[in-house]
Design a protein around this ligand. Sequence first.
Ligand SMILES: Nc1ncnc2c1ncn2[C@@H]1O[C@H](COP(=O)(O)OP(=O)(O)OP(=O)(O)O)[C@@H](O)[C@H]1O
Length: 310
Amino acid sequence: MIEFQHVHKSFGGAAAVQDLSLKIPKGEFTVLIGGSGSGKSTTLKMINRLVEHDSGRILFQGEEIRSFKPEDIRRRMGYAIQSIGLFPHWTVEKNIATVPELLGWPAARIRDRVTELLELLDLAPATYRSRYPHQLSGGQQQRVGVARALAVDPEVLLMDEPFGALDPVTRSTLQKEMLRIHKTSGKTIVLVTHDIDEALSLATRIVLLQDGQIVQAGSPTELLTHPANDFVTDFVGRSDIGIKLLGLATVASHTRRGETATGDALPAHTSLREALSTFVARACDRLPVVDEHGQALGVLHFADLWHRAA
Ligand SMILES: Nc1ncnc2c1ncn2[C@@H]1O[C@H](COP(=O)(O)OP(=O)(O)OP(=O)(O)O)[C@@H](O)[C@H]1O
């Protein structure tokens, strides 16, 4: 759906992105990750032409990105950023309605869409639609930023550190919401982060950048189990690669069905990483597992964690 072919971008003679070639297929959740100054934001912004590339080609659905009108790009690609950029003197409703209004949607359609988006992001419409940004918490502002990016149901969602500067609980909640939105909408999402745990939990594909070049692109499991070099190993966390692998699998896939055990049960969608923590905290080697309806599913054995995790 989006393809970079040998793309270069320099600022004042210093290369920010060099010879970057990358395919982003439709429906993928691609996470661009790397250290500070590695070229993540520049790469993202070249997709919606906030930054123009110097050379090479960037294709969107087979056509050079420069051939699209900026307003078409704005309609087809939602954009959410860490600093949100909500207009302070506009209500939540008006902020979310920015692009629909630019596109001349009728007022009733805009109102319905705002209601739908606020509900999607767990902000009660009656309470929040007429508030101003300063009357919201940081997490709520981020949600409004995401709602605004989704307003005209774009084919692509571009997100630059959208959950930066949030406390871990809010961050984790919003990450889960993004996973749900991705799962239900099948949207193509490109997200920038410097947080490897965020990348591992969200991405279907991780693209690790260093000095404006791709060091490795692959699934979270590939990066953890087949790192291209020492830089990748260090970046993904040399000392806790095993724990991170456990974070990629759920209890459901490791449960011995039909067995029974006593004690508080784990929901089947719990990650094996959390399960390991529960085993240690409870000093036990078996945990009962329940499905999403709270019905007994089986038992997770401590021995099965490492046995089958990779
Ligand atoms: N508008 C600009 N003018 C000049 N230099 C820029 C500009 N934007 C980015 N750069 C430079 O390009 C390089 C890559 O920047 P970029 O913002 O893409 O990195 P990043 O990986 O997103 O970093 P961070 O995680 O710190 O946000 C950096 O050296 C940066 O200083």
